[in-house]
Design a protein around this ligand. Structure first.
Ligand code: 0A1
Ligand code: ZN
Length: 846
């Protein structure tokens, strides 16, 4: 049965909880959970508790037994009539659950012999009967009985004896932030002294043997704690902070109070096993989960429609943290790339929804790029509109006013209004309206006056036909024909469907450097010629706008080629300047050198009203790469050599920049040398960044046999590294062979598909190979459907999330569309299909 939940239906819970006590007798197949929950009435209504898959042994109110037939609605709700309840009472239950059978990884489950939990969003109901909603907050006391050596829960330890541990979390929290871990674990430990002088014990818990790979996670944690004190004035509030790495996890990590649980790929790293991107992600996600302690835990969400209240803000904070730790310019460009690739794509298709949706069937399907990344962009715009001081004042007010509460987007907007005096009524549309606005610019030039005529429009999205105008902060500058900046960054505030702005007293007609810093999440449509783009690429003072100019130049060239014309010559020529300056800023040069991906080319062709041809796009990109390689062979080779790794590997921004430039050059040079340099690099590399980079080129050039065998022999025992091996093959194999090769890999005994990382590596590797996944014969669609149907009964969350590979099908030709739809219809017809996957497939087919 599918039930749609509506924001408008939210009602306050009529009870508060003054204390939650839980006691666990841990056993793989039959864990006993005894709960005692002290309730106090403060509104009218029955006591409604959530539960799922529980074997209920007893239920009592103040010691009086309740009949078990109170459990209703597919065993998922327990309703105790108001008439049977005093004003204050203790509800107690004893239930039995089976962690070993829990392959969905929601609630209490077993991963590699250790017990762990995942409760967001609605996992706690798989543990015991409880009001499993984020606005019911309580202090927890947890007792764990188990013969496992390490027993952890939220808060501070009260007592630890062999076989029994008691934890007390003084901070009230919703059930989704509950966590428990029981396992044979080893810690690397450190401490942090907070700004008010309290010493906090820090531990990163890993499996025995992994201790040497957790150091970077610990360093990142200490940096995060310090940064949040310095930048937001936020101090940690418990005596201990524990992080646990687990191998089987549906997402990246989870911010449970005082006990963060992480996908092990976001904790474990050494130079030999992790890439620069892995290191950067570890630092960012450790920060993200830590920052949730204030934005998510101390202040949480009233209901799941408000998810972006904690996620948008926490992503924004982790992005600020990374920019402060590394390079702000590179971080901004990479965040924009991700936003475009994932969120613009979502907004343009059948899964489009606002950052704050007003209905859903399965909340786990709403942990999306829109809620996370667009949620963060919206905060970036707010900050730009109210200024840095206004932003700080609004955040101080938010923490003061709402500490200990479960809040809404309305509360969030109110603190900005109250702290700055600004009316944000129109701005709020960014939260409630779906879709990416298109900003169109036309220019008039006469007698030293430049007039910019902007208009905005947003295409309809599911359920939202009309799109009123939004507030769009447009940051721009003007660059004179000689490359001098004649107007520094200025922020225009667009509020109308169409609006003009003029600049007077200009000597010669300048080029507009538009949307500096990517000041709003919009697409841009403007007339700009290749010469003007090349001028911006050479002279713009805003690094994002400079990069964007080159990127647009490349994109226009690629689209021309993919649609049967000449193109790319201007970009090829402009690269000469980039290559000359490359050693001064290797990261920027690398970003410029990497051509727009096939998916982005397809998206842009579709946005311009044409039908993308995946094979033509693939061919166009390869051909332009070959042209560029041929034109700039000597400069590329020189740079490749100049960026040789010297000294020890350090996972910092400078080292990563040099390696990214080296690998960008290698991608071009491999078109000319047939993989000779890649082979040499593969053999000589001392770090995984270069190892994996070289391997990818060897696969792309078909010279991969020895290297792949060597890699498997060396890393066969390391799950995380073998995930890379499983990912790069479907991703980099020539489209014509990729599906067949992926099928072979899927048949291997070490394709442990029940592990979400392994499944995403192989199957996700194929869906990221644009021309392979969209093969005209439908083989990519069939393969994905086959595997989603196999995974759904085991792990609905991961299955549902991967359905989004199909969200773009309506932009392709009718043949491909029919094949993809047929694959989706087969999934929809699977007996017992999960609610998660059913919702995704229905929305995509709608
Ligand atoms: N709150 C976590 C993300 C998360 C969401 C759901 C999960 O299980 C279904 C797990 C983690 C974060 O933002 O990091
Ligand atoms: Zn988060």
């Amino acid at each position: 049965m599918t039930v749609t939940q509506y924001l408008a239906d939210w009602r306050p819970y009529p009870f508060e909880i003054t204390q939650t006590r839980l006691e666990f007798d841990i056993a793989p197949r039959a864990t006993r959970v005894r709960s005692q929950i002290d309730f106090r009435r403060f509104g009218a209504g029955d006591l409604v508790l959530d539960g799922a898959g529980l074997r209920t042994l007893s239920l009592t109110i103040d010691g009086r037994a309740l009949p078990l037939d109170l459990i209703r609605e597919d065993d998922e709700r327990l309703v105790i009539p108001a008439a049977d309840l005093p004003a204050s009472f203790t509800f107690a239950a004893e239930v039995e659950i089976n962690p070993e059978a829990n392959t969905a990884l929601e609630g209490l489950y077993l991963s590699g012999g250790m017990f762990c939990t995942q409760c967001e969003a609605e996992g706690f109901r798989h543990i015991t009967w409880y009001p499993d909603r984020p606005d019911v907050m309580a202090p927890f006391q947890v007792t764990i009985n188990s013969d496992m050596p390490v027993l952890l829960s939220n808060g501070n330890p009260v007592s630890q004896a062999p076989g029994r541990a008691v934890w007390q979390d003084p901070w009230k929290k919703p059930a989704y932030l509950f966590a428990l871990v029981a396992g044979d674990l080893r810690a690397i430990s450190d401490s942090f002294t907070t700004m008010s002088g309290r010493k906090v014990a820090l531990n990163v818990w890993v499996r025995p043997g992994d201790e040497g790979r957790a150091g970077y996670a610990m360093e990142s944690l200490i940096r995060s704690m310090k940064w949040d004190e310095e930048v937001y004035g936020r101090e940690y509030d418990l005596d201990v902070f524990n992080i646990v790495a687990v191998d089987d996890f549906n997402m990246g990590a989870m911010e449970n109070k005082g006990l963060n649980i992480f996908n092990s790929k976001l904790v474990l790293a050494t130079a030999e096993t992790a890439t620069d991107d892995d290191y950067e992600r570890i630092e960012a996600v450790i920060g993200h989960e830590y920052f949730h302690n204030w934005t998510g835990n101390r202040i949480t969400c009233r209901d799941w429609f408000q998810l972006c209240l904690k996620e948008g803000l926490t992503v924004f904070r982790d992005q600020q943290f990374t920019s402060d730790m590394r390079s702000a310019a590179v971080k901004r460009i990479r965040d924009v790339q991700t936003l475009r690739a994932r969120q613009f794509r979502e907004d343009a298709g059948p899964l489009a929804h606002p950052p704050r949706p007003d209905h859903y069937q399965e909340i786990n399907n709403f942990y999306t790029a829109t809620v996370y990344e667009k949620g963060a962009e919206v905060i970036g715009m707010l900050k730009r509109l109210v200024g840095d001081e206004g932003y700080r004042a609004a955040l101080d007010l938010y923490f003061d006013r709402h500490d200990g509460q479960a809040c809404t987007i309305e509360d969030w907007i109110a603190v900005f209004q109250d702290a700055t005096g600004r009316d944000l009524t129109q701005f709020k549309r960014w939260y409630t309206d779906a879709g990416t606005p298109r900003l169109t610019l036309s220019e008039d030039w006469a007698e030293g006056r430049l007039t910019l005529n902007f208009s905005q429009d947003t295409a309809p999205t599911p359920g939202q036909a009309d799109k009123p105008a939004r507030v769009i902060p447009i940051a721009l500058g003007l660059i004179g024909p000689n490359g001098d900046e004649v107007l520094p960054t200025t922020v225009l505030e667009m509020t109308e469907p169409s609006q003009s702005f003029s600049f007077d007293g200009l000597g010669a007609r300048p080029v507009v450097s538009l949307l500096r810093g990517f000041s709003a999440p919009v697409t841009v449509s403007r007339e700009i010629c290749a010469t003007e783009q090349a001028l911006l690429l050479a002279h713009d003072t805003d690094p994002y706008a400079r990069w964007q100019a080159g990127h647009d130049l490349a994109l226009d060239g690629l689209i021309a080629r993919a649609t049967g014309h000449d193109g790319g010559e201007e970009f090829n020529r402009a690269l000469a300047g980039v290559l000359t300056d490359a050693t001064a800023d290797p990261a920027f040069a690398a970003l410029c050198l990497v051509l727009p991906g096939e998916e982005e080319i397809a998206t842009t062709i579709a946005a311009r009203g044409a039908i993308p041809d995946p094979d033509a796009i693939h061919a166009a990109r390869r051909a332009l790469m070959l042209d560029i390689a041929t034109t700039h062979e000597r400069a590329l080779a020189r740079l490749y050599d100049a960026m040789t790794q010297t000294g020890d590997y350090r996972p910092d921004a400078e080292g990563a920049a040099r390696r990214s430039l080296r690998l960008a050059c290698l991608a071009y040079l491999s078109r000319l040398d047939g993989g000779a340099r890649a082979e040499a690099l593969y053999k000589s590399a001392t770090n995984m960044t270069e190892r994996q980079g070289a391997l990818e080129q060897l696969i792309a050039t078909g010279r991969d046999k020895d290297a792949l065998a060597d890699f498997a022999a060396e890393f066969g025992g390391n799950r995380l590294v073998m995930d890379k091996w499983f990912m790069v093959q479907p991703l980099r194999t020539a489209p014509g062979n990729a599906v067949a090769r992926t099928r072979e890999l899927a048949a291997r005994p070490d394709f442990d598909w029940k592990n979400p990382n392994r499944f995403r590596a192989l199957i996700g590797g194929l869906t990221a190979n644009h021309a392979a996944f969209h093969a005209a014969d439908g083989s990519g669609y069939d393969f994905l459907a086959e595997w989603l149907m196999r995974l759904d009964p085991v792990n609905p969350q991961t299955t549902a999330r991967m359905c989004s590979a199909f969200e773009t099908i309506s932009r392709y030709d009718s043949g491909r569309q029919a094949l993809a739809r047929a694959a989706l219809v087969r999934i929809a017809a699977l007996p017992g299909l999960s609610r998660n996957t059913a919702e995704m497939v229905t929305r995509i087919l709608a």
